[in-house]
Write a protein that binds this ligand. Structure first.
Ligand SMILES: *Cc1c(COP(=O)(O)O)cnc(C)c1O
Length: 438
């Protein structure tokens, strides 16, 4: 693979999609259907992903191609054909957008009540761009961090990227965050997320991070990011690379953990020498890099991929953290791996790596009650069941207590499961008719 060197960042959007797809050797009809999908779901990639990560000889099966390029069959065929017909007939942007909007609304754009359920308040005022779900951790969505260096086709936050104004949530007022934290001394972790906070240049990023360094209560600042995979130049050759690393150093020098939560979906993303350099430079600041990704059908749904990924992360000095289950939103039908299979993949990969990689946990579902981990499949009193536990919970009382669900080989999400040996799950209220939807 060739080296991108100091070439500047260049994003490709749906404007460039047709040109890029020609490179894949797809015919006119197929390209039109893919463009139809890209009116509903966000598309964005960049020259490094296209030139250095994708193996074009292996397209359309190439995992990195599938990671960033929409597929014609990601959405129901009727929807895709309807939009493709509009595009073919030269319909106006407004007409196409109206149909695309209608299709989006059927894709559960905000799983687990992202917008309303978790909005923290100062007094009675809800604060946009923040979520406070678990007592010790607040999520913060900086306004300028609401895009990424490239979009993943499976992204559960896809709705934020498609120009649906009322689906966006972000804040540009860090003083609301510090004000809230002062009222909530139980919060010891702030997690910057988005989008990708590392899309922000250092001058903007530091405006969000610096004010937090004066808060005694904070033990860690986390940054959730895919930049190491999609644009490692951010830490090596970008004009603000050095300043960014100095900002990380200031966090560490203030006596806090800077947890760099790197999203890697496939071992290919860790092959380039640019990534090695970027990881080295980040670790040299005293930051800790932890890794996480969802398990995605047709991209990384086999044990060898995860085993290779975790071992490579360990060699580079990164700490495997979570394997997630694809969430119940967007093209979930296309990417979902059944929980029973997810558990097998996790177990097979986990059993073949050293204990140093076994810091990873999963497969984990981020759902309304919390993060539910599938620990395994067991036969208890003649009944086949999933063994589950909550890694994180709105109610900390429930963390770490095993519970059971009836085995179902087709279940792909928490809401597909039914309790075993009980009439409700531990996180559900005792009133039988009021089962919480997860
Ligand atoms: C995962 C998650 C966190 C962090 O949980 P950890 O188990 O500490 O990694 C915080 N808030 C939300 C909403 C989450 O989904």
């Amino acid at each position: 693979m060739k080296q991108t060197g100091s070439r500047g960042f260049r994003a490709y959007t749906s404007k460039h999609l047709d040109e890029l797809l020609k490179r894949a050797g797809l015919d006119d009809g197929e390209r039109l259907r893919i463009r139809a999908v890209a009116t509903v779901l966000p598309f964005r990639t960049n020259a490094y992903v296209v030139d250095d990560l994708i193996d074009w000889a292996a397209v359309p099966d190439d995992p990195i191609y599938r990671l960033v390029f929409p597929q014609a069959d990601m959405l129901p065929a009727d929807d895709v054909n309807r939009i493709a017909d509009l595009l073919r007939g030269g319909a106006s942007t407004a007409e196409v957008n109206a149909v695309a909007h209608e299709v989006r609304m059927r894709l559960n754009p905000h799983p687990a009540g992202q917008l309303d359920l978790n909005l923290p308040r100062i007094g009675h005022e809800p604060i946009p761009g923040m979520q406070h779900k678990y007592p010790e951790t607040v999520l913060y969505f900086p306004k300028q961090g609401q895009t990424c260096h490239a979009y993943c086709t499976y992204c559960f936050r896809w709705a934020q990227f498609v120009g649906e104004p009322d689906l966006k949530m972000a804040s540009d007022d860090v003083h609301q965050l510090t004000g809230y934290l002062k009222e909530h001394p139980e919060v010891t972790n702030v997690l910057f997320t988005g989008g990708d906070p590392m899309i922000m240049g250092e001058p903007v990023l530091s405006r969000y991070v610096e004010p937090l360094l004066g808060l005694e209560q904070l033990e860690s600042i986390r940054i959730g990011t895919k930049s190491l995979a999609y644009w490692p130049q951010r830490y090596v050759t970008d004009p603000d690379a050095d300043d960014t690393l100095r900002l990380f150093e200031r966090v560490v020098e203030s006596g806090r953990n800077l947890a760099f939560m790197a999203h890697f979906s496939h071992p290919r993303e860790m092959e380039s020498p640019m990534v090695e350099k970027a990881v080295r430079r980040i670790l040299d600041t005293g930051a800790v890099i932890r890794t996480q990704a969802p398990l995605i059908r047709s991209i990384n749904d086999d044990p060898a991929t995860w085993q290779t990924m975790w071992r490579r992360q360990l060699s580079l000095g990164m700490v495997p953290y979570y394997m997630f289950v694809e969430r119940d939103t967007g093209p979930q039908d296309y990417f979902a791996v059944p929980l029973a299979r997810a558990y097998e993949i996790y177990r097979d990969a986990y059993s073949s790596v050293s204990g140093l990689c076994r810091t990873v946990r999963g497969p984990s579902m981020s759902a309304t009650p919390g993060k539910v981990c599938v620990d395994g499949v067991a036969e208890i009193a003649g009944q086949r069941v999933f063994v589950l536990h909550l890694i994180q919970a709105r109610d900390p009382e429930l963390v770490g207590r095993p519970f059971f669900a009836k085995y179902d080989p087709r279940a792909t999400w928490l809401t597909d499961l039914r309790p075993a040996f009980a009439d409700r799950f531990p996180y559900e209220p005792a009133i039988p008719s009021a089962r919480l939807s997860a």
